[in-house]
Design a protein around this ligand. Structure first.
Ligand SMILES: Nc1nc2c(ncn2[C@@H]2O[C@H](COP(=O)(O)OP(=O)(O)OP(=O)(O)O)[C@@H](O)[C@H]2O)c(=O)[nH]1
Ligand SMILES: [Mg+2]
Length: 264
């Protein structure tokens, strides 16, 4: 029986969150929502609590500090598996991922799309039919180039390797063995795909429309980009040396999160 959960990580998304949650609930009424807030200084956590008290299908996971997107998702995934949710969706709070396109991703998981059933569905910007709205040219190039680099270095098939709009079967998350995923910052998205490939999971990309955030501040910075690139390079070297599952290093901690904190 399908029991979808949409996980929405937040850090200072007070201006966007209510709209995003309302749109998810309207687009896929059977889906529950889990907001994972890292003690946002702008009061996003308190707003999430208000949304939860108004709607029993909305819940909130409060974390004590900003510890990175990957850390927030990993805690949420552990909770979702314990609670028996299936499938589990990743969706940004800032309006970049359209809730109205979620059923398209869920259909692809079930195999009602021509691609057949999947273990993981990626809402992809870089397959035919993918659309970008209002992204500056340099952000588009950076994203395309970053995906291409990760694909080449890690030998991934996914065209949009850094996409944050994703659907996982609960069983896919179990097979990935989340305890082996050590990336806490933005490189988490690529790290998950790499683990998925090793676990033999079927990953399908569905074109989506990606809209640049209209409210709130971007947390992306050159430090985060360089850090992610260095990390992918290190993983590529490790995997070619046959030591890809080495113990987590200090570099696996979210230095990007530090940069983001001072940025925001
Ligand atoms: N809980 C939690 N959420 C985070 C953290 N960093 C980012 N987020 C959330 O993750 C989602 C994606 O982050 P964004 O800042 O939008 O990153 P992006 O989409 O790559 O870049 P911009 O849209 O340009 O800012 C948003 O909902 C953020 O609020 C974090 O450390 N902890
Ligand atoms: Mg964003």
């Amino acid at each position: 029986m399908s029991r979808p959960l949409v996980v929405i990580p937040t850090y200072n998304e007070r201006e966007s969150l209510a709209d995003t949650v309302a749109r998810v609930r309207e687009a896929v009424p059977e889906a529950s929502v889990l907001v994972v807030d890292d003690a946002s200084p702008d009061g996003t956590g308190a707003l999430a609590d208000e949304l939860a008290s108004a709607d029993g299908a909305v819940q909130v996971l409060h974390r004590t500090a900003k510890n990175g997107l990957g850390a927030a998702y990993l805690e949420a995934f552990g909770w979702a598996l314990e609670q028996g949710f299936d499938p589990i969706v990743q969706l940004d709070a800032d309006g970049s991922h359209l809730p109205e396109q979620l059923s398209r991703l869920l259909d692809a998981l079930e195999g009602t799309a021509p691609s057949g059933p999947a273990d993981i569905v990626i809402g992809s910007r870089w397959v035919a039919g993918g659309v970008i709205e209002n992204w500056p040219r340099h952000r588009e190039l950076l994203s395309r180039w970053g995906s291409a680099y990760a694909r080449a270095v890690l030998r991934l098939d996914t065209r949009d390797a850094t996409a944050g709009y994703r659907v996982f079967r609960a069983d896919a998350l179990r097979r990935i063995r989340l305890e082996d995923v050590h990336t806490r910052g933005y490189g988490f998205q690529v790290d998950m795909l790499w683990h998925a490939r090793d676990a033999g999971l079927v990953v399908v990309e569905v074109p989506v429309t990606f809209v640049e955030r209209v409210r709130g501040r971007s947390k992306m910075s050159p430090v985060i980009v360089v850090e992610a690139m260095l990390r992918v390079t290190a993983w590529g070297v490790r995997s070619r040396l046959g030591a890809r599952r080495a113990a987590p290093s200090a570099a696996d901690q979210p230095r990007g999160a530090e940069a983001k904190r001072s940025n925001s």
